[in-house]
Design a protein around this ligand. Structure first.
Ligand SMILES: Cc1cc2nc3c(=O)[nH]c(=O)nc-3n(C[C@H](O)[C@H](O)[C@H](O)COP(=O)(O)OP(=O)(O)OC[C@H]3O[C@@H](n4cnc5c(N)ncnc54)[C@H](O)[C@@H]3O)c2cc1C
Length: 414
């Protein structure tokens, strides 16, 4: 019996076992999936918790519900991968053997990586919303907040869902207006990028939206430390940004066992071929989802599109055939704009987010790079699609690779 071992039962790992179980003969392949705990979190829902739109119990379900028959779910802390022995050690001493390994352990926010961030002010005046605990603490802090300087901050890229801090800023602006507090709040968006977003056309549109809402934009800010006495972010070039309430996105890093196993880059992500997701060092190891060092957005949508192609390649790989499907970095992200509207971005390794319609030319129904009510419904429908279509490995009626259908070409859009 051959063994497929999947590390991490989050978004990507769960999709992998659901997609591969029907394709691998159960008499030939035993499949195990390991995670450190029993609860699956719908992380995109964290964004809405600080504003009371979602409750914590709406974003958490038991992992076991999404693991198909014929796959063994193991609960345990992964300690080390030993690629030469083709085995994985768990913290409790158990050892799991494999013929093929898929690393899907994602990335997590690491406030400990920035001096002063994880100090006495953590969850008092410094918050994140990239964890459930952080989002709930921020909800409670915002409820009693009477105004001041609210700084929304990105520490470093790459990070998962790089548009989420912008969404937070837009939603905070709308939320504070609704509460009649907006004129008592100075809103500042601080980023290490040279604009509101990574790619020029989207950056210009999103930057314009910040300006229209009176949200100040501080660019090229590489934070070095947080000064707690004065509640100030300090950059490597000694620029200072004071805050009353800091909503930060800490450095995002892959799991520590990836580094301990000698499999990671400086952020503990696994170097892979960007088209096949096969490790650049071992032909028995793949990395999927946020754990891989792919040069595209770390997002559930990326995981979904890539795993469709990965599954076809995986089946060829174990038969000793060439992997012929090439993932193109396709990602799409709804961006909440506040007041019941959202934008949609659709892009890949080579094509930046462009304006137009998606998925169908002219009729859409979604608008690219343009705020609309339909996009906002799409963002909220994504929660249903996540639990019922994406995680169970069902196909969305959308092509895995990005298409130019409906998009306005770059030369025209500029
Ligand atoms: C605030 C926020 C908003 C977002 N919004 C969107 C959005 O709108 N659209 C979108 O597409 N994506 C969005 N994302 C990103 C999306 O949630 C992630 O990209 C996606 O969950 C990545 O899936 P993954 O399987 O790679 O990692 P995860 O889903 O994080 O799963 C990793 C799993 O590995 C397990 N694990 C890690 N280390 C160990 C260990 N040592 N031992 C055992 N188990 C371990 C973890 O417990 C976890 O279950 C958002 C994320 C956040 C935080």
């Amino acid at each position: 019996m051959k063994r497929l071992l999947v590390l991490g039962a989050g978004t990507a790992g769960t999709m992998v076992v659901n997609t591969l179980r029907p394709r691998l003969d159960p008499r030939e392949w035993h499949i195990q999936i390991v995670d450190q705990d029993a609860a699956h979190h719908y992380q995109p829902g964290y964004l809405f918790i600080p504003f009371g739109t979602y409750t914590p119990d709406e974003v958490v379900r038991p992992r076991s519900r999404f693991i198909p028959d014929g796959v063994e779910l193991v609960t345990g802390q992964i300690d080390e991968v030993r690629p030469d022995a083709r085995e994985v050690g768990l913290a409790d001493g158990a050892v799991l053997d494999y013929d093929q390994l898929v690393i899907a352990t994602g990335v997590t926010p690491r406030p400990d990586q920035t001096p002063g961030m994880l100090g006495p002010e953590w969850r008092r005046s410094i918050f994140d919303f990239y964890t459930l605990g952080g989002a709930v603490a921020l909800r409670d802090a915002l409820a009693g907040w009477q105004g001041g300087r609210l700084v929304v901050h990105i520490t470093e890229l790459p990070m998962k869902c790089p548009v989420a801090p912008l969404e937070f800023a837009f939603l905070a602006d709308a939320h504070l207006r609704r509460r009649g507090l907006r004129d008592r709040v100075e809103l500042v968006f601080v980023t290490p990028l040279d604009g509101a977003f990574t790619k020029p056309i989207a950056s210009a549109r999103l930057g314009g939206m910040l300006e229209k809402r009176g949200i100040a934009l501080e660019t090229d800010f590489m934070v070095e430390r947080v000064e707690l006495d004065t509640r100030t972010l300090v950059s490597y070039d000694e620029r200072e940004i004071p805050f009353d309430l800091l909503v930060t996105t800490p450095v995002n890093m892959g799991a520590d066992f990836v580094a301990r196993s000698g499999l990671g880059d400086e952020l503990n992500c696994v170097p892979v071929d960007r088209h096949t997701l096969l490790s650049t060092r071992y032909d028995t190891i793949f990395a999927v989802g946020d754990a891989a060092d792919l040069p595209t957005s770390k997002a559930g949508s990326t995981a979904h599109f890539s795993i469709e192609l990965f599954a076809d390649n995986f089946v060829r790989h174990i038969r000793g055939e060439d992997m012929t499907e090439a993932f193109d970095g396709h990602a799409n992200c709804f961006v909440e704009a506040g007041d019941g509207k959202a934008l949609l971005l659709d892009f890949n390794y080579d094509t930046q987010p462009l304006p137009g319609k998606y998925p169908l030319p002219v009729v859409g129904p979604f608008s690219l790079l343009d705020a609309s009510t339909v996009n906002h419904w799409g963002k909220h429908a994504f929660k249903w699609a996540y639990w019922n279509v994406l995680l169970p490995g069902r196909r969305l009626p959308l092509p895995a690779r990005m298409t130019m259908a409906g998009k306005i070409h770059e030369e025209v859009a500029r």
